[in-house]
Design a protein around this ligand. Sequence first.
Ligand SMILES: Nc1ncnc2c1ncn2[C@@H]1O[C@H](COP(=O)(O)OP(=O)(O)OP(=O)(O)O)[C@@H](O)[C@H]1O
Length: 219
Amino acid sequence: MKHVLEIDSIQKKFDLKTILSDVYLKCETGEIVGLLGRNGSGKSTLLQIVFGVLKADFKFIRVDGVVKSKTSELFNEISYLSQDNFLPKNFSVAKVIDLSIKKDKINDFYSDETITTLKNKSIGELSSGELRYLEIKLVLNNPSKFVLLDEPYNGLSPLLIEKINDLILKSYAQKGIIITDHNYESIIGISTRLTLLKEGKLHHIKNKGELVEKGYLSR
Ligand SMILES: Nc1ncnc2c1ncn2[C@@H]1O[C@H](COP(=O)(O)OP(=O)(O)OP(=O)(O)O)[C@@H](O)[C@H]1O
């Protein structure tokens, strides 16, 4: 079934500086929307506002045409990978998986060599890349309609980046995904649609040349 997330009229200032100025973004099931932008352009701010962990000066979030004004209404609709790690360090990997993944999906979750090798460790013992991979896999396995991924590739070696991309490609037929990262080549490669956040405005990007024109890439 197709679902539509609409992020509308988002405005946000920090102190007197406008970070987001009337941003509109739509994401449907089956889309991977790439969100690019220079450092400090407001990408994380936008995702935090959509998920509801940061207050906007103004916002409309609609799911399937219905306005969702309370953050609690979005917890079942959207899952969110923040830039920061979110799993408790003293829990074992097996416990986290047990608590997060439905019983009938657990065998499938473990049918991944990277995950199997981590099973007996605690979260605090994982390398930053191993932890990131586990977090992304958990977030993508959440039964939510939409997923927001903030810098999923950060700290990952090329092989794990490929595995993450495989996971994303495996799940997007059932989900809408918004993804932001400075690894623009991976973002361009995996996105079905590209956007660029610049000076508070969201631009729709058709090709790499436009990223040069708009000053995101030098060539
Ligand atoms: N809590 C805050 N108080 C004041 N300013 C903030 C706060 N959070 C973010 N900012 C500012 O808002 C702007 C956008 O920050 P944000 O983290 O959204 O950018 P970003 O595009 O995700 O950057 P990066 O790619 O470097 O992670 C930056 O100028 C940042 O300094």
